[in-house]
Design a binder for this molecule. Structure first.
Ligand SMILES: C[S@@+](CC[C@H](N)C(=O)[O-])C[C@H]1O[C@@H](n2cnc3c(N)ncnc32)[C@H](O)[C@@H]1O
Length: 477
């Protein structure tokens, strides 16, 4: 469907979720026969599942990840790979006829907040990553005609910039490997110009465009759990590294300055066209806080009507690792200590986020599952601490959310399960269990899709694969 001919709000409203979904049978007739450790695992999952109602929500499978969002006006301003669909959030808002404040404690690029604005509702967001906060703010700002005029002027001036050598003051050791030197020089030249724009809305708008092109003009790509070099190629006989200068000669044009300039201008043109089409315009400006959402009650005390979020999953994915080039090049961090502090403020979902905090939350099923890990097969000894920390953090967050949520208020959580040494950590069930203990009513667990795992784990997990999934947990206070 071409978005340019469909009015923006109507496009999202067209998509509805129906909650009369197929209930999942927790005890299917034909169950694989298993014994020993596998049997014990299965019993833990079943005992947990017995407490909740599970639904088949495979119609939502394409809504829980970002893929479609690359073409959605406003959301396409920054490729936030970890985001979900705007249509999904909008559909939940409509389904529950939400009125009042909408909160996203892990707002990322601001999808929930954008959906709140499209329904003329007040959004409140939080994220620990300064890039997310900037992107979420820029995508959720109200731009007047006068603002658009000033943005256009700033773009016109950028067009006139000429190439020259600039001082490169980046204390990041990989920078020479990640960028061609002329491309790096051009990027810094444009950044210097952008950061000197006086008018804040124009400065931030151009800065987001600049951040969003870094990956496409660099020698790396975000992939899987980290960043990969584009000049490393897989062949039948394994990986080969093409020499950096040979690879760069092949893929980049001779005039690197104009290459970077035209990539940036193309992105700005796209963003500007969304603005001129009034996509995403609304008088509601969300309040977005930068910081650790486990302390959100220090930032605001308003009553919440609807909370919708996707936390980092308990799969050791490190959001700071994946955004590290953008963070360093954008000047959000300037030394290793600043980077370490940022990482330490993140949810305890990966080995770099552990911060020696004591774990207060205890869950018997979780302890039994951790006890089943084949420690010799874990790639890090810290994994049990990550998992305990993760659910401890979830307990803190949900307890605080419960207190601040209005009676009858709804919480939706998009979360995926993970696997370690042949044991599945069923985050959807464990988070539901935490929420139930806090006092929430668990309305249902909506299974949107099944996930794949590494080929080493595949065989071990064959009999458990239905627990390796991405779900939406629906709670009511
Ligand atoms: C799955 S992403 C959310 C994506 C978002 N739903 C979207 O559509 O763009 C999770 C986010 O949680 C943020 N995060 C991790 N730990 C956090 C913490 N302790 N407090 C606030 N945000 C955190 C990460 O920076 C990341 O942006």
């Amino acid at each position: 469907m071409s978005l340019t001919i469909v009015p923006y709000r109507e496009y999202f409203d067209e998509f509805r979720v129906t909650f009369v979904n197929e209930q999942v049978d927790v005890f299917p007739l034909f169950e694989p026969e298993v014994s020993g450790k596998q049997h014990e695992q299965l019993k833990i999952y079943k005992d947990l599942e017995r407490k909740f109602v599970l639904f088949n929500a495979s119609s939502l499978r394409s809504q829980v990840h970002f893929q479609n969002a690359y073409s959605i006006p406003v959301q396409r301003w920054f490729p936030y790979r970890e985001g979900y669909s705007l249509r999904l959030v909008n559909a939940f808002i409509k389904e529950f006829n939400v009125k009042g404040n909408i909160f996203d404690p892990f707002c990322g690029s601001g999808t929930t907040l954008l959906a709140a604005r499209l329904s003329d509702l007040q959004g409140i967001g939080m994220d620990v990553n300064p890039i997310s906060v900037l992107v979420a703010r820029v995508e959720n700002t109200h731009y007047t005609m006068d603002d658009i005029k000033k943005i256009k002027k700033a773009i016109q001036r950028l067009k006139l910039l000429k190439n020259k050598e600039v001082e490169i003051n980046i204390n990041f050791e990989l920078v020479a490997k990640v960028f061609n030197s002329d491309i790096l020089n051009s990027l810094i030249l444009f950044k210097n110009y952008i950061l000197n724009i006086n008018f804040e809305k124009a400065r931030n708008f151009l800065f987001v465009a600049w951040l969003s092109i870094i990956e496409s003009v660099s020698n790396i790509k975000k992939e899987g759990n980290g960043i990969k070099y584009k000049n490393r190629k897989r062949t039948r006989n394994g990986y080969i590294n093409i020499k950096k200068d040979i690879w760069e000669k092949k893929v980049y044009p001779i005039d690197k300055f104009n290459f970077v300039k035209s990539t940036l201008l193309k992105q700005l043109e796209l963003m500007l066209s969304d603005l001129q089409n009034n996509y995403g315009s609304s008088n509601y400006i969300p309040r977005i806080f930068e910081g650790n959402s486990l302390k959100f009650d220090d930032f605001f005390t308003d009553e919440i009507n609807f909370t919708f979020f996707s936390p980092p999953y308990c799969n050791c994915f490190d959001y700071f690792e994946i955004h590290k080039i953008d963070l360093w090049l954008g000047g959000f961090v300037s030394n290793k200590e600043e980077f370490r502090i940022l990482r330490n403020n993140g949810l305890r979902s990966n080995t770099n986020s552990l911060n020696h905090k004591t774990v207060l939350y205890k869950n018997k099923s979780l302890e039994k599952l951790i006890g089943m890990f084949d420690v010799a097969k874990l790639w890090s000894k810290k994994i049990p601490s990550v998992i305990r920390g993760y659910f401890d953090d979830m307990n803190i967050l949900l307890s605080k959310t419960y207190i601040q949520t209005k009676k009858g208020g709804i919480v939706g959580i998009v979360v995926g399960n993970s696997a370690y040494s042949g044991v599945i950590v069923p985050s959807d069930l464990l988070i539901s269990d935490i929420a139930r203990e806090i006092g929430f009513k668990v309305k249902g667990i909506y299974i949107t899709r099944h996930l794949t795992t590494s080929s080493q784990q595949k065989q071990n997990l064959e009999f458990l694969k239905r627990y390796l999934r991405e779900s939406i947990i629906l709670l009511e206070k």
